[in-house]
Design a protein around this ligand. Structure first.
Ligand code: MG
Length: 252
C-alpha cells in the first residue's frame, strides 16, 4: 500500500514538472531577466539622405527641366522629344524614349500634365505610360471625366489592375506619381522565382498597394514573364503631347 502511494505521488509530480516545462517561453523567462540591449543593434548605420524640395540628396535626376542627356530612343539615338519651359513634352510619332541607365528595384518620382482634351476621349486622351524595366506599364492618361476600361485608366497597371482610387485631379493640373518598384527575380534557368511587386501613389493617394504583377503589360493578349535583368525606364509616345517634369529615381 505504501509502495502504491509513493508511485502515485511520483507520477503526479512528473506530470506537474512536465506541465511546467511546456509553459510558453514568455512565462518561463520573465521579461525582467532580459537585457534590453540584446535586441538592439547599431550597425550598419543607414546612409544619410536629405529630403529636398525637388529630389532627395541621393536621387538620380533623370530630367531636371533643361536637357535629355540621360535619355535616348530604343535604337540608342538622341531622344527627340521636346524640352520647353522646364517641361519634357512627348513629340507624337517619334516613339518611346528610355533612360540610358538600366534600373531594377527603385523609387521613381515623376510628374505629368495632360494636354487639352480637344476631341479625344478614352485611351486617345492624354495617353502615355511609365514602363518600369521597359516592359511593365503604369498608365498615364487624362482622368478628368474621361471614362475608359478601369484597368486602363490613370493609376492602373495597364490591363492588369485598376487603381484602388481615382486620384486624378483636373486636366491642365500637374499629377504626381511616386512609384515603389520591386522587379521580378529569375532563376538560373530563366524560370520566374518571384514576380514583380509595385506600390503606386498618385497625388498622395495610394492607387496600387503591393500589387503582384502577372507579367508584362501588353495591349493585346495576356501578361507573361520573360527573364531579364536591369533595364531602362521608358516613357510612351501614344500620339498626344503629354508633359513631364521633375523625374528622379533612387535605386533600392
Ligand atoms: Mg499608355
Amino acid at each position: 500500500m505504501k509502495k502504491n502511494v509513493l508511485l502515485f505521488s511520483f507520477l503526479c509530480s512528473s506530470v506537474f514538472i512536465h506541465a511546467q516545462n511546456e509553459q510558453p517561453a514568455t512565462q518561463q523567462r520573465p521579461a525582467q531577466r532580459w537585457d534590453p540591449r540584446s535586441t538592439e543593434w547599431h550597425y550598419p548605420v543607414p546612409p544619410k539622405v536629405t529630403p529636398g524640395t525637388n529630389a532627395p540628396s541621393d536621387a538620380i535626376i533623370l530630367f531636371n527641366g533643361t536637357d535629355l542627356s540621360l535619355w535616348e530612343t530604343s535604337k540608342g539615338e538622341p531622344a527627340p522629344w521636346t524640352v520647353r519651359n522646364g517641361e519634357l513634352l512627348v513629340k507624337p510619332g517619334t516613339g518611346t524614349i528610355q533612360t540610358k541607365d538600366h534600373f531594377g528595384d527603385c523609387q521613381l518620382h515623376i510628374e505629368f500634365r495632360s494636354p487639352q482634351p480637344e476631341n479625344h476621349n478614352g485611351q486617345d486622351r492624354g495617353n502615355s505610360g511609365i514602363f518600369l524595366q521597359g516592359r511593365y506599364e503604369i498608365q498615364v492618361l487624362d482622368g478628368d471625366n474621361n471614362p475608359t476600361y478601369v484597368n486602363g485608366m490613370v493609376g492602373s497597371v495597364y490591363k492588369q489592375q485598376a487603381p484602388l482610387a481615382d486620384a486624378y485631379t483636373r486636366n491642365g493640373e500637374w499629377q504626381v506619381y511616386d512609384i515603389y518598384w520591386r522587379g521580378p527575380r529569375f532563376g538560373t534557368n530563366d524560370e520566374l522565382e518571384s514576380p514583380a511587386i509595385v506600390t503606386v501613389v498618385l497625388n498622395g493617394i495610394i492607387v496600387q498597394n503591393n500589387y503582384v504583377l502577372k507579367g508584362n503589360t501588353p495591349y493585346i493578349g495576356l501578361p507573361k514573364y520573360t527573364a531579364h535583368g536591369r533595364l531602362p525606364i521608358s516613357l510612351q509616345d501614344h500620339g498626344t503631347e503629354v508633359a513631364f517634369r521633375n523625374i528622379w529615381i533612387r535605386n533600392l
